[in-house]
Design a protein around this ligand. Structure first.
Ligand code: ZN
Ligand code: ZN
Length: 190
């Protein structure tokens, strides 16, 4: 028996930010920058999906986010560790009237909808909208890193039903979620 060289397989090491449909470049750019800062992985923009018609629900006039996640995960390139998609379409899951986003828990893909975060009359302008977008993107990606909902109202993993709740929470993890995330990221590197 000869000694075979050990083949090191390249591990996925990139977070992809995928705009779906027309998204202002500054929004995509902001998400790329903030996800890289927060999770510490190299982060790049990619276009994985253009047409969401397969997920459209005629009765609700909304898009079923779970179906979109499956499609995104299937299209994620090999080097992609996680994918966060961003859309202007309104999203739902069957048990809720709408969602700001959805994620595959401990999986590859998540998505956020900016439609309810940045538009409307009481939205407090672009600054508040962009803060919400960043919070929701971190929250959903957090789920992809296996983080669950947190009781702490300030923690970014707190589940928010209303925009007031989104505005109330911080853009950081509580110390318990932070430890959990660090541990999960460490395991990925092993
Ligand atoms: Zn959540
Ligand atoms: Zn927490």
């Amino acid at each position: 028996m000869s000694d075979l060289p050990i083949i090191l397989t390249d591990k996925p090491d990139t977070i992809f930010v995928s705009p779906v449909g027309k998204i202002a470049p500054w929004i995509t750019g902001l998400i790329v920058e903030k996800m890289e800062d927060f999770f510490g992985f190299k982060t790049r923009q990619i276009s994985l999906l253009e047409d969401l018609s397969f997920a459209f629900d005629m009765d609700r006039n909304q898009y079923h986010s779970t179906l979109i996640l499956e499609e995104l995960a299937a299209r994620c390139p090999r080097e992609g560790l996680k994918v966060v998609a961003v859309t202007r379409e309104d999203l739902f899951i069957p048990i809720l009237t709408h969602v700001y986003g959805e994620a595959q828990l401990g999986g590859t893909a998540c998505i956020i909808s900016i439609s309810r975060l940045i538009t409307g009359s009481d939205m407090g302008g672009v600054d508040r909208g962009s803060t919400r977008i960043v919070k929701e993107a971190i929250h959903e990606l957090g789920h992809c890193f296996d983080l669950r909902h947190c009781e702490d109202e300030k923690c970014i993993m707190h589940y928010c039903r209303k925009l007031e709740d989104v505005d109330k929470k911080s853009n950081q993890l509580c110390r318990y979620c932070n430890i959990f995330l660090s541990d999960n990221i460490k395991i990925l590197g092993e």
